[in-house]
Design a protein around this ligand. Structure first.
Ligand code: CTP
Ligand code: CA
Length: 226
């Protein structure tokens, strides 16, 4: 039996990966967003599929092609991403939330293009739903992995996210460090776990970060099903 699953340790596992930024609409031609490229999430989705998982990638707008062997759903806003994730959450085994979800959206979005006027413009913003926190609150058997993008106090903030969102692991990166963060092909991350030792990784390609993270997920999954 081991013979058939060798190299496919995630066979039979349903996994959701979210990736990319979200866009929060101001009017038909304008939005708020962030610098996320989607590369980290796409690398995780690709690698997870290679390891046998049934992967659904829920992606904000990126220029990246749909990864091979993965079902990809494109969304724009945090609200749309939330809907797609929550719809399938109950039957999912593993969720990796790489997406850089907007924390705020304009309180009103206009159906017509806003015309400029004399003086300054203020746009009122309201909070979006914290998708990952909601998943943590509704967690049953799922493994939940979050990302934390920080520019200071990385360990403290990452551990707070781990605890506050009821996660199994948080992958923290200091987006100010050269070679880490949103745009490039490399990342420098530290993986904090609810149970077990912290894993500090060197500068790696995002593909290699994905491989190392999935190795940790596979270990955790084995411990859970023992
Ligand atoms: N996240 C989410 N929904 C949101 C905001 C964040 O699911 N509305 C998820 C991200 O996908 C990521 C994790 O929460 O996996 C941490 O995101 P981050 O922006 O680092 O943390 P926040 O909890 O939003 O806190 P802050 O931005 O204040 O640091
Ligand atoms: Ca945030």
């Amino acid at each position: 039996k081991a013979h058939f699953t060798e190299g496919k340790p995630l066979q039979g596992k349903k996994m959701i990966v979210t990736a990319g930024p979200t866009r929060e609409k101001i009017d038909p031609v304008r939005f708020f967003s962030n610098r996320s490229s989607g590369k980290m999430g796409y690398a995780i989705a690709t690698e997870a599929a290679r390891l046998g998982a049934d992967v659904l990638l829920i992606s904000g707008p990126t220029v990246l092609p749909d990864p091979p062997g993965v079902t990809t759903i494109r969304v724009e806003s945090a609200a749309e991403m939330f809907q797609e994730v929550i719809n399938r959450y109950d039957e999912t085994n593993i969720v990796v939330k790489t997406a850089a979800v907007a924390d705020y959206r304009p309180s009103e979005s206009y159906s017509k293009k806003m015309k400029k006027q004399a003086g300054n413009l203020s746009i009122e913003m309201e909070r979006t739903t914290d998708i990952l926190k909601t998943l943590g609150e509704r967690k049953k058997e799922q493994l939940l992995i979050g990302f934390a993008a920080e520019t200071e106090n990385v360990e403290e903030y990452a551990r707070k996210k781990l605890f506050n969102k009821n996660l199994d692991m948080v992958v923290a990166n200091n987006v100010n460090e050269t070679g880490a963060g949103f745009a490039g092909d490399t990342n420098i991350v530290t993986i904090y776990k609810r149970v077990g030792d912290t894993l500090q990784l060197p500068l790696l390609s995002k593909n290699d970060v994905a491989k190392r993270l999935l190795a940790e997920i596979i270990k955790l999954d084995k411990e859970d099903t023992q």
